[in-house]
Design a protein around this ligand. Structure first.
Ligand code: RTP
Ligand code: MG
Length: 140
């Protein structure tokens, strides 16, 4: 496999709506290879740890509650230019501003319940992937 890696979550809103398969299909059709995948559910504490960078933001408490409100899918994806290309595929944080054809434009319901997460740097992709997966849970 060629390229570098990013980390994604299918968030509770999209999982509950039964959109996980459709979202994974869009991800694969965009050229990303799945190198790790699981369904799981965060506790509020783990969501807080994952999003600790936002702990001073006004939306932090709501975000931790929402991200632990139901099952999610966590995945590591591989492609050339993975981080940037994946952020393009998912679209803007607020679905009202997301470009046509992006995952958030199609599946998100609000700025918070915005269907998917995508890492914002190579460094964070590595940290976030390691948060969910050990070395035996992924393709080498
Ligand atoms: P993500 O980290 O989930 O991929 O999203 P992002 O980079 O596009 O946005 P970020 O600024 O990192 O925010 C993380 C998540 O917090 C929720 N949020 N709510 N109510 C609000 O104003 C607000 N702003 C952000 C969203 O779920 C966002 O994806
Ligand atoms: Mg972010």
């Amino acid at each position: 496999m060629a390229g570098n890696r990013t980390f994604t979550m299918i968030k509770p809103d999209a999982f509950a709506a039964g959109n996980s398969g459709a979202i994974l299909k869009m991800i694969e059709e965009a050229g990303f290879k799945i190198v790790a995948l699981k369904a799981t559910q965060l506790t509020p504490e783990l969501a807080g740890k994952f999003y600790a960078v936002h702990k001073e933001r006004p939306f932090y408490a709501d975000l931790c509650k929402y991200m632990s409100s139901g099952p999610i899918i966590a995945a590591i994806l591989e492609k050339e230019n993975a981080v940037e290309d994946f952020r393009t595929l998912i679209g803007a944080t607020n679905p009202a501003n997301a470009a046509e054809g992006t995952i958030r434009k199609i599946f998100a319901t609000s700025i918070e319940a915005n269907a998917v997460h995508g890492s914002d740097s190579d460094e964070n992709a590595e940290i976030e992937g390691n948060f969910f997966f050990n070395q035996f849970d992924r393709v080498r």
